[in-house]
Design a protein around this ligand. Sequence first.
Ligand SMILES: C[S@@+](CC[C@H](N)C(=O)[O-])C[C@H]1O[C@@H](n2cnc3c(N)ncnc32)[C@H](O)[C@@H]1O
Length: 302
Amino acid sequence: MRTVLIDYRRVKKPLNWKNLIVEIGFGRGDFILELAKKNPDRKILGFEISGISIGKLIKRIKKESISNLYCVQLDAYWGFYLLLEEESVDKIYINYPDPWFKKRHHKRRLTCAENLYLFSKKLSKDGEINIRTDHLPFAEYTIEQASKIKAFKIHFKKLCVSNPLTKYEEKWLSMGKDLHEIILIKEKNPIPLTIRELKEVKMLFPIKVKGKNPVLQKLLGKEVKLEERIYLRFFKVYRGSSGEFLIETLISEEGFVQRFFITLYPKGEVWIVDISPFSQILRTEGLQKAVEFVAKEVFTFP
Ligand SMILES: C[S@@+](CC[C@H](N)C(=O)[O-])C[C@H]1O[C@@H](n2cnc3c(N)ncnc32)[C@H](O)[C@@H]1O
């Protein structure tokens, strides 16, 4: 059976894929499955943060023996950032991304200028982003953000939908709502913009410490700002079967969040502090710094 779920932590990056069609936030998956069926000789890639949606799509891909559809469980920003080459995507679809537009006030909506900048860099010449929404303020926000980066020709129109309807289309149409479509066609490269970056490293190195017994209690529940835009949070400490300690840790680097375990175990005269091999992680500079921080923080020296 081919791999349907791309593990962004393990694959060689960026993916060497061209002329891609991407859907961001595919939800129940009707739209992306149809895309795959309509374009059998193209690779179709979906980004979704919901594990439930990912699981459902994988089942349907297998059941319907679809061979050109792949998915990644990751925020689309980081998915584009980590996995896709410049000018490798022909079309991006974003359908009904923000049903609670008014209630939430987060800085980084899916169609903020920073995201659109990154998406536009990955679009091929004349590539386009197709966005559907039921919500006019969301459409206005998106058009304003898209205008900022000066990469797109912008079209905005009332949408005439065809089957299959996405879950949200079914919902909005049954409520008699008008639906809208924004089409952003790439005309040129965007103007320069500073965007969030994530520094991956090839290897993470364990730290050896010539200290006495570690005092882990002081880390529990603690939140630490390691440096600008890198935060750590420590949860519980567990004792492993071979006497090692495991600290449940969360790191946020530029908003990219990973949960993992830091392990500490004695080896001869020293203690080793390392990322536990049971952690599923993307190797980033921040993780190395987290290990270094713990190694400094928890030992007492004679
Ligand atoms: C309102 S639902 C719409 C689902 C589907 N497109 C439809 O029309 O029925 C929005 C979807 O986008 C996903 N989503 C939200 N932000 C995302 C992001 N930054 N990256 C990837 N998926 C995201 C959510 O998990 C959710 O499944």
